[in-house]
Design a protein around this ligand. Structure first.
Ligand SMILES: [Zn+2]
Length: 129
């Protein structure tokens, strides 16, 4: 059987395939607009979606954006996660080239059940201010 060539998208200007992006390019997404949005989001979402904790909340991208701007800003792709849960989903599911999405959703579901969390995510109506 012939081995299929590995898919290696090129980084093209204006293209949103960023598999070869640098951490600098990705960090550009976390600009002031994001900071403002993050602040607003956490004003309405004060508890970890997974465990219910109110400590050190992050805005997690449910589907990891991997540098994709649309996925980064997509309003219903954001969930509040505490530092602990955020670290766990990143390590266990998000950091892979192909994120382990189904497993992540199952983990979140099980964690919520375990911690008795029933709150849902308040999705904001716009990105930014
Ligand atoms: Zn948590």
């Amino acid at each position: 059987m012939k081995k299929s060539k590995q898919f290696k998208p090129k980084k093209v200007q204006g293209n949103r395939v960023f598999n070869r992006n640098t951490s600098t390019e990705r960090s550009k997404l976390y600009d002031q607009t994001w900071q403002i949005y993050r602040y607003r989001f956490l004003h309405y979402n004060k508890r970890c979606y997974a465990c219910g904790s109110e400590e050190k909340l992050h805005v997690d991208h449910l589907l990891p954006h991997k540098g994709d701007v649309d996925l980064f800003k997509k309003l219903n792709n954001h969930i509040p996660l505490c530092d602990r849960c955020h670290g766990q989903v990143t390590t266990l599911f998000d950091r892979f080239k192909i994120p382990r999405q189904e497993e992540k959703l199952k983990w979140l579901h099980d964690k919520r059940a375990e911690c008795g969390v029933v709150s849902s995510v308040k999705v904001l109506t716009r990105y930014g201010r």
